[in-house]
Design a protein around this ligand. Sequence first.
Ligand code: CTP
Ligand code: MG
Length: 398
Amino acid sequence: MIIGTVIVAAGRGERAGTPQEGPKQYRRIGGEPVIRHTLRQFLTWQQAGPIVVVIHPDDQTLFAEACENLAEAGRILTTFGGATRQQSVLEGLRCLSQTDATHVMIHDAARPFIGHDLLNRIAAELESGEAAVLPALPVTDTLKRAGLDATVETTVARAGLWAAQTPQSFALPAILDAHLRAASSDRHDFTDDASIAEWAGIPVRLVEGSPDNVKLTLRRDITMADEKLSRHPALPDVRTGNGYDVHQLVEGDGVTLCGVFMPHDQKLSGHSDADVALHALTDALLATCGAGDIGDHFPPSDPQWKGAASRIFLAHAAEIVRQHGGIITNADVSIIAEAPKVGPHREAMRQNLSDILGISIDRCSIKATTNEKIGFIGRKEGIAAIATATVVYGVLSS
Ligand code: CTP
Ligand code: MG
């Protein structure tokens, strides 16, 4: 199952303000455009596959500005929307069907308070085989039906009534087919995607929505959202992990540190290539998401890791971090060795880290020190490394 996302953001937001103020999805709440909050929730969700944002052709600059320096924004695909929400969704579904997504969550850009808990609840229903999942909350107000003269005609029984939210989520081929059939049957009046699924005969499963997941519709909704975020500013979920490793030096022809071979009259003994620097950094990365240590993932007792290049271990740890929704922002390694001299190899080592982790070289740091001839390192009996990894896991919800 690969869960793609279509975020519809091509509306004009006429109920939320004047055209001069711009569409509501680009207005600022908590100092950032509404849509940036929405995008961040999906970009940092660990199960998120391809993400399509449906924008208005007039909003290309606004959209680019809203995504500036947003981590992982390079993953976003964009397409242009139509005159109604229904048409915009269809354009998004067409675009998403060019990717490997098997399922889709269709979400309003104007719902920036979507949280990972709700996304997880919906994903669990899709996983269990539901073709259509609708997050909704039971209606709590008493409902009245009134005529044009504002006189109440009747009280509507509230039992069994639900208020629909997004992301409404589906098996992608089923909802694309339903949308195409609705369009070719000249049915353009659907106000959400679940009602198209109902019309197409697809059973729709309810899951409990989230009271925070409101749609910003009126000007006051934007003001209230801004006040809420000012009271509880969203804090980035920055985590650091540390790692330490040491290997013994024995007679040999060279050592490998951060994947760079350095000729030397000794070598590091160990089961793999004994690259202490990459081992320490692997542990540091695993420590940012509670994923144990290198020995849990690559037991020294397992013969397949004999002589293995340690870049495999580091790449695996980076993948685990990504699966947890983490974005690696810094990798820092200190090597403690009496010899050989690390300085001449430093840039090659940084380049290796940059390549293995898929981050820019200015986020990769290598430092080296001798042990001032003291202790086992000073006596050239071993080399040690200490590493610190910094990873951002989305935003801490208040
Ligand atoms: N939407 C869209 N294309 C449209 C109309 C709406 O992509 N032609 C999107 C909006 O950008 C919004 C979501 O659908 O994220 C929900 O629609 P709504 O709240 O009605 O937004 P607007 O149509 O922009 O607002 P209004 O109806 O007040 O003009
Ligand atoms: Mg609208």
